[in-house]
Design a protein. Sequence first.
Length: 565
Amino acid sequence: MTFVTRNSRPNIVLLMADDLGVGDLCCYGNSSVSTPHIDRLASEGVRLTQHLAAASVCTPSRAAFLTGRYPIRSGMASAYNLNRALPWLGGSGGLPPNETTFAKLLQHRGYRTGLIGKWHLGLSCASRDDHCFHPLNHGFDDFYGMPFGLLSDCQPSRTSELHRWIQIKLWVSTVVLGLVPLLLLVLKFTHRIPVPWKVILPLSLLVLLFFTSWYSSYGFTRRWNCVLMRNHEIIQQPMREERTASLLLKEALAFIERHKRRPFLLLFSFLHVHTPLITREKFVGHSKYGLYGDNVEEMDWMVGKILEALDREHLANQTLVYFTSDNGGRLESQDRAAQLGGWNGPYRGGRGMGGWEGGIRVPGIFRWPTVLEAGKVIDDPTSLMDIFPTLSYIGGGILPQDRVIDGQNLMPLLEGKVTHSDREFLFHYCGVHLHAVRWHQKDCATVWKAHYVTPKFHPEGAGACYGNSMCPCSGDVTHHDPPLLFDVSRDPSEAIPLNPDNEALFDSVVKNIEAAIKEHRGTLTPVPQQLSAFNTIWKPWLQPCCGTFPFCGCDKEDDILPAAP
C-alpha cells in the first residue's frame, strides 16, 4: 500500500481513559457495550493487542506515559502500600520539574500544547501557589481540568473512596474535641471547678473551626481534592461533578477551533470511567452493562464529538489520534451486587494488582490517515512509555541525552517498515518493587513473562485483595523462587505456569531474564521519593484554596454545555 509522504508535522490528539478495562471496547472483543466511535478509530487505524502500562495505578503510570521513563527513575514509584498514587492535592510530591515530558519537547518545536481533564501528578512544593508540579510547568500552554482526579469522594452521596479510614478517625477526633468544652461547661455550671470563659470560648471556637473546615456540607475530601482549574486559577471548589464532563468537552472543542491553523498537541485525559461513574441522564440505562457500561458509552460519544470536530475543520488527515487507558479496570469496585469497574477481557487481575496482565494491558489505537494502514493489528509488546519517543520523532523533537529513555519510537512498527520491535524486555513494577519481567525473544513470536512477586487476590467474586482495597506491593504478597513463568504469547490468561518438567527452555529463559534484571538495575540511580510518607500527607499550607482558607469555595464557571445526542 502506498501512503502520502509526510511533509509536515501533524496535529496530535491523545485520548486517555481512567481505569478502562481493555475488554470494555467492542474492537477488543466486548459485546455488551457499544463503542462505535472508538471502534471507528481502530478500523481506520492501527490497533495494538499487547499495549502495556508501566504501572497498574494512575499516578506512576501517567508519569511514565509523559516522560517515557519507568516511574522509579523519576521518584514517582512508592515504597509504601498506602501511597501508590498521590492521595492529597495538598501534598508536596509530584512529577519533578526537571523531568522532560513530550509536551515540553513539542512546545519547544512550536506546538500549541493543551491538557484537558485529569492530571494527578502533583501541584505545589513549598507554598500554596508555587505550582511547581503544575501542567503549565511541564510543557502545557493550556490546562483546564482537575489537578487531582475524579473519586467517589467527589460526590456527596457516595462513601469516601480514598480517605475512608482518615474520615473515621477525624469523626472520632471531632467528637472527642467537642466533648472537652462541653465537659468544661458542665463543670463550670455545677460549680465543681471554676473554669474561666477565656478558656472555654477559644476552645469552643477551635472545635467549631475544626468541624466546619473538615466537615463542610460536602465533606472534607470533596472540598480539598475535587477542584476544577483553568491554568493556575481555581474556578470551582468543590467541583460540580455533574457538569464537569460537558465542560471538559466544550473546552476540547474550543481548543481545536482556536489552534486549527498551527500544529497542536491536545491531551484529553478523561475522568471516565472512574467511580462514581457520573453519567449524563441521556446515557443512563443506555447500555446492557449497567451504570459502568453507560459511562463507557458516554465517553465513546465524547470521542465521537472530538473526531467530528477534526472532520469539520478538515484536520483528520493531518492529525495523529491515539486512544488508551492509564491502567486496567478495577475488579474491587462494587456497589452491593453491581460491578462498578471494567472488564479486562481474558487477562488475569486488574488495577493495582502488580504485574498481572489485567492491571497493565490497556487499549492502544493509533489513527493517522494517509500514513498508517487502516485496520492493521500489531501483536508485539508495546508500552505507554513509547508515546514519548514516538511523538518526539513525528514532531521533530530531540530526545534528552542526559537520562535513560525507556520508551521506543513506534513509527517504524506502525508504518510497517519493520515487522517486529527490537525491544526485548519490559519490567513490571508495583511501586518500587519489581514484580514481573516480560521477554520478547528476538526473531521469535514467543513472549515469556516471569513473576517474582504476586499479590494474594481472590479471582472469585470481585477479585479483590481486601474487600474494596487495592492489593499491596509488599508485605502480604507471594514471592516466587524460581519465578512463576508463563508464555503469554500462547497463554495470555496466565493460567498455565511453566516449570522444568513441562517446558524444556525453563532454565535458560529464567537465566536470560535474570541477566536482564541485573543490567536494568545497573541503570537506576537514587532520586528523591515523590510518594514518600512526608510528601503524600496533607499539608494545610499547600492546600489550593479559592477564597479564605479554610473556608474555601467558589464557582466561576458558566453553565453553557454542549448538546447531547
